[in-house]
Design a protein around this ligand. Structure first.
Ligand code: MN
Ligand code: MN
Length: 460
């Protein structure tokens, strides 16, 4: 009876076939390649555009009309991308949507970042998203982003990823002299204004000049990029860990990398979309920006650009009529593809073991997120949860239903509520992660492959 009645929890690796294991490892190698090419939202969008272009997707702006089977995408300001495979049914009947985000916690350069102090040149930063500041000192860092000159010329920057490139770092105090620092609360151990990136120490030869090290750095930047100090004000330069994404563990079962929240779900949703041809309902993928700071701004999910994209689908399919967009949304279904907090045995006290996502046990479903009594959660309806689990059970995809930590221990949110507010049925569905938001995050290769399978089953 126990065998029949219990909701069993088993590791996906148990009794796994050699063939399945090889599929999982091969997929993960491709994912690791992606992570090593992509460390910012802009890089994620341009990599994704390339994948879509190579798989006969077209920019919707170039098309006069669309028909079932067509594959289209729209790029919003190089930081968000929406892609769709047009289904046989009318759009009016609703869409099947996967929504992930491609921004990750990091340090952004301030508008006036460069200064010199006692023999060193530094770049000042303002952190982006929820970070533990102490994790960002004494690690190798790289600089990624764009500088846009007043004449509109856009310069791409990526320093610290190639083997020959220099890297950067933020120094920390030696333990010998850190008595006062060590007595502080962990959150106050490193001051936000002290997250200054070390970038140089050689002065120019001009003995009459002041700030000779800063001058030397500006001369190098001017030589390489043709920029002046003022051009920093119209730049978006992001400081990210220079670590390579790698296979983790003697058994090679996991992936360690920066930015897996949420590029693990972004990559698997796009891979799922590439494998969809002529679906019944139109399949849509969202790769959003600004999730880590509240989904605000014109590239965040709160903006109306996504509505505009769906309106374009309605216009170009010839289906549109007044107020049809709201109806499309009310008939739509979505997996909010964002990572889940995996149970970490070292910090097990923050998780409730019956309702925690376990690494290597399959894709995680979060019926609700939020904090302090589900506040801010869209909380999926039981009917919809049944529909989603039925897809996974039919397709034999391992899944687990969990919540983010113990009651009142903390909380969090995703883009789910924003789409739910439009009338869409939505549930969070993603890969469990250890060390979430740290410079080096951990996932299980088993769960990554499950995510791809689950997303594919949902949209096909
Ligand atoms: Mn996330
Ligand atoms: Mn996050």
């Amino acid at each position: 009876m126990k065998e029949e009645l219990f909701n069993k929890k088993v590791s996906g690796w148990e009794n796994i076939s050699e063939e399945n294991k090889q599929n999982i490892f091969k997929f993960s190698d491709e994912y690791i390649y992606f992570l090593n090419k992509v460390k910012t939202e802009r890089e994620a969008v341009s990599f994704t555009k390339k994948m879509l272009d190579e798989n006969s997707f077209r920019n919707i702006n170039e098309l006069e009309a669309i028909k079932p089977g067509d594959k289209v995408y729209y790029i919003n300001r190089d930081k968000t991308i929406y892609a769709a495979v047009i289904g046989e049914e009318k759009l009016e009947n609703g869409l099947n949507i996967l929504g992930a985000h491609v921004d990750s916690p990091r340090l952004d350069l301030k508008p006036n970042p460069l200064y010199e102090d006692n023999g060193f040149a530094y770049l000042k930063t303002h952190y982006y998203g929820g970070i533990k500041k102490y994790q960002w000192t004494a690690i190798p860092l790289s600089i990624h982003g764009v500088i846009v000159k007043a004449n509109g010329e856009k310069i791409s920057v990526c320093i610290g990823e190639d083997e020959e490139d220099p890297i950067f770092t933020i120094t920390d105090l030696l333990p010998h002299l850190a008595m006062e620092q060590m007595d502080k609360k962990l959150k106050d151990g490193i001051n936000g204004e002290d997250l200054n990136v070390l970038v140089g120490s050689i002065p120019t030869d001009d003995k009459d000049a002041s700030e000779k090290i800063k001058l030397n750095i500006l001369m190098l930047l001017n030589e390489k990029y043709g920029i002046k100090e003022k051009d920093f004000v119209s730049s978006e330069l992001e400081i990210v860990p220079a670590f390579k994404a790698k296979t983790l563990g003697l058994d090679k079962s996991m992936v360690a990398a920066y930015g897996q929240d949420d590029r693990v779900c972004a990559y698997t949703t796009i891979r799922a979309l590439l494998d969809v041809n002529a679906p019944k309902r139109t399949a849509v993928c969202i790769l959003s920006d600004k999730e880590e700071i509240g989904s605000c701004g014109n590239t965040g999910m709160e903006s109306h650009v996504f509505d505009m994209f769906i309106s374009e689908l309605l216009n170009k399919s010839g289906e549109n009529r007044p107020n049809l967009l709201e109806k499309v949304f009310c008939n739509s279904k979505m997996l909010s593809a964002d990572v889940d907090a995996g149970l970490d045995p070292i910090y097990a006290s923050v998780s409730e073991k019956n309702n925690a996502a376990l690494i290597g046990h399959g894709i995680g479903l979060n019926k609700y997120t939020g904090s302090r009594g589900k506040s801010g959660a869209s909380d999926a309806n039981a009917e919809y949860v049944a529909e989603v689990r039925s897809i996974f059970e039919t397709e034999g995809i391992p899944y687990q239903v969990s919540e983010l930590g113990k009651v009142d221990v903390g909380g969090g949110g995703t883009i789910a509520y924003i789409l739910a507010n439009k009338g869409i049925d939505v549930i969070d569905c993603g890969v469990p992660v250890l060390s979430m938001h740290a410079p080096y995050e951990v996932t299980s290769k088993f769960d990554i492959y499950c995510a791809y399978k689950a997303y594919h089953a949902f949209i096909k």
